[in-house]
Write a protein that binds this ligand. Sequence first.
Ligand code: FES
Length: 85
Amino acid sequence: MICVGERCDARGRARQKLCEIESALATRFNAALANGDIKISTRDCLRLCTTAPVIRLEPSGDVYAGIEINELLIEINKTLAGERS
Ligand code: FES
């Protein structure tokens, strides 16, 4: 879940990050996206405003601000592995 609210999307940073995430997930986790194991959603504000886009992973609820795509993919991979074990 990525916040595209006014503060997180200052200068279009959140929507740029959303595009990067969509592209990276389609490349790395295409099957998981297709079968619904991964879903990308947006929110207008997660009430954790920072100067970087805020991203929340579910079901853990872990929150990241300014996370790099590669780091996010690692966290998503860990989440998927945890759900399947
Ligand atoms: S605008 Fe993104 S958390 Fe508030």
